[in-house]
Design a protein around this ligand. Structure first.
Ligand SMILES: Nc1ncnc2c1ncn2[C@@H]1O[C@H](COP(=O)(O)OP(=O)(O)OP(=O)(O)O)[C@@H](O)[C@H]1O
Ligand SMILES: [Mg+2]
Length: 274
């Protein structure tokens, strides 16, 4: 679905923010991009969406080179949830906001079909449609932005820090909905995320960046148990894994969050003794 081939990017009058990055994401993957502030995560996802064009190398979305594609071609394939929903929301009611995205991407379906799809998505997200987005809470505005993206049924969903500023319940609501799209419709998900607990719970693959380069690419449990890598990338692994590592767990055969938790629980006697 997405391929970056030796991609580099520099903002005007600056050194490279992304350097020689290559990876491929297949349909239905759920990947997280991890790294410290300034590592190049947002730049990378903007390149994946075609919002930025590489200075060198190539970015392909479903085989289409972003350098030669139009905004509407890309918008039909890729949904992009900004870190700040207020950069995305531009209409006065939730209904208008959802219709706006639909008209842009699916205008040819006709007004009746677009209204019907809007009703469907409003119902699913429990909005009446008459709410004014800017009088809603931050978490609710994030849900409005997500609803308008999901309305157009993108094949690829890119999320830049989707859980920042949300409380635990709002975070679970949004992430569970995204997981459902990933599992049921095989939507490819790429998420930049600073919350390692969320990464462990939802993502399957982790791409680790530092200084604009890709340091590592692997299964989430494998990445989190690599203490040298975590240190190099300035990442604190999820508490459960950090605790397990301190108690001497190697997590060699733990290939899921559940198995990692079992490993830690099996060590709790030892922990208490220590
Ligand atoms: N619009 C811009 N103009 C110039 N330089 C930029 C711009 N956006 C980012 N940069 C620079 O590019 C580098 C990578 O930034 P980027 O925003 O991709 O990092 P990030 O990993 O998303 O960081 P954060 O975790 O803080 O969001 C940084 O050195 C940053 O200062
Ligand atoms: Mg960023």
């Amino acid at each position: 679905m997405i391929e970056l081939d030796k991609v580099s990017f520099a903002y005007a009058d600056q050194g490279p923010s992304v350097q020689d990055v290559s990876f491929r994401l297949e349909k239905g993957e759920f990947a997280a991009i991890l790294g410290a502030n300034g590592a190049g995560k947002t730049t990378t996802v903007r390149l994946m969406d075609g919002l930025l064009k590489p200075t060198s190398g190539r970015v392909l979305i479903g085989g289409m080179d972003t350098a030669a594609s139009s905004v509407s071609e890309r918008a039909a394939k890729v949904g992009f949830l900004f870190q700040n929903p207020d950069r995305q929301i531009c209409k006065n009611t939730v209904r208008e906001e959802i219709l706006f995205g639909l008209r842009t991407v699916r205008g040819q379906d006709g007004e009746e079909a677009l209204q019907a799809r809007t009703d469907e998505i409003l119902k699913e997200f429990s909005f009446s449609g008459e709410e004014e987005p800017f009088s809603l809470s931050r978490g609710q505005r994030q849900r409005v932005a997500l609803a308008s993206i999901l309305a157009v049924e993108p094949e690829i969903l890119i999320l830049d820090e989707p859980t920042t500023g949300l409380d635990y319940l709002e975070c679970c609501q949004i992430m569970d909905r995204i997981r459902r799209m990933n599992e049921e419709q095989q939507v490819t998900v790429v998420m930049v995320c600073h919350d390692m607990e969320v990464v462990l719970d939802y993502a399957h693959r982790a791409l680790v960046m530092a200084g604009g380069r890709l340091l590592a690419d692997g299964a989430v449990p494998e990445i989190f148990r690599d203490t040298d890598l975590m240190e190099k990338a300035s990442i604190l692994p999820p508490q459960m894994i950090g605790l397990g590592l301190r108690l001497g767990a190697g997590f060699e055969n733990a290939d899921s969050p559940e198995k990692m938790a079992e490993t830690v629980l099996a060590l709790r006697g030892k922990g208490a003794a220590q």
